[in-house]
Design a protein around this ligand. Sequence first.
Ligand code: ASP
Length: 347
Amino acid sequence: MFFRIWLNISFIPKTRISALCLLVMVMSVSCLNRKPGENPDKPAWVLVIHGGAGVIEKKDFKPGEEDEYKKILEDALNSGSQILKHGGTALDAVEVAVRILEDSPLFNAGKGAVFNADGVNELDAAIMDGSGLKAGSVAGLTTVKNPISAARAVMEHSEHVMLIGEGAEEFSRKQGLEMVPQDYFYTEKRWQQYLKAKKKSEEESHRMGTVGAVALDMKGHLAAATSTGGMTFKKYGRVGDVPVIGAGTYANDSTCAVSATGHGEYFIRNVVAHSVSAMMELKNYSLEEAATYMIQTKLKNQGGRGGLIAVDKNGNFSMPFNTSGMFRGYVIPGKVPVTLVFGNEEN
Ligand code: ASP
């Protein structure tokens, strides 16, 4: 056997052998340099979505309920990926995906938004375009059907980044966005959660659930979008991390796009989404290292519960969470969409 190999090699000219050795060395060095979670083959485009992190356990689901959630996640992935596979922008893909999640009563955003302490639905959203660091966000909306489109309108048709309350409503109306009566956001499930929260202490009333999408398009542009009803029984005009650029939403073509979900106050204080980007840019962390550190070490050590989804400029993506579950999914070229709900399923 050894003799046969030697015979074969002995016929290859010496220069070819040295070239071969050099190639093997270069390949092994580049493998060693690859960071955990890094994808060797850059996909042409990537779409990752989430539908909120929190106490999400199999035992709490009625028969068929898990499939209902997965069906909407799949719809969002399919619609967003149609755009990306035809050469559309990451920005369009994340907006479309988030609109689908907003229109579902299942998630805490748009139609399914939770109630605040006054029994009103107040919605927050943000969108960011990684090319040129353009961003738009809205907070405290009460009659805009799709807050993510209001955030995009702020980014594209105003000289500002963040609009709140009455002004944001007026701007949305003037932009021709679809407005709905406040009772459009009424769902029995959220109302029952509100009544339950009302009876309990403020501490116990923290409920999570938010929707978001991040994408890389064929031109190498990144985008992130996040939309939420905030936390059940929130008070005094509370605004969470979602519309705060750099906290719950961030995108930068030179690093990554991030959309977060969880206890917003912790995400604001730790500037989570921007920190992931900064660790990559300044500390040479991989996306997986940076995202995992922020969720599993930094936030966890402080008692901050939640997760995030992120994609980097090379098509690597990460979906860490420190809760029992996070509705999430992704799609890449040539593969069917993958949707997940609980921990230890695929991460
Ligand atoms: N992060 C959102 C907020 O604090 C809530 C969530 O993600 O569930 O408003």
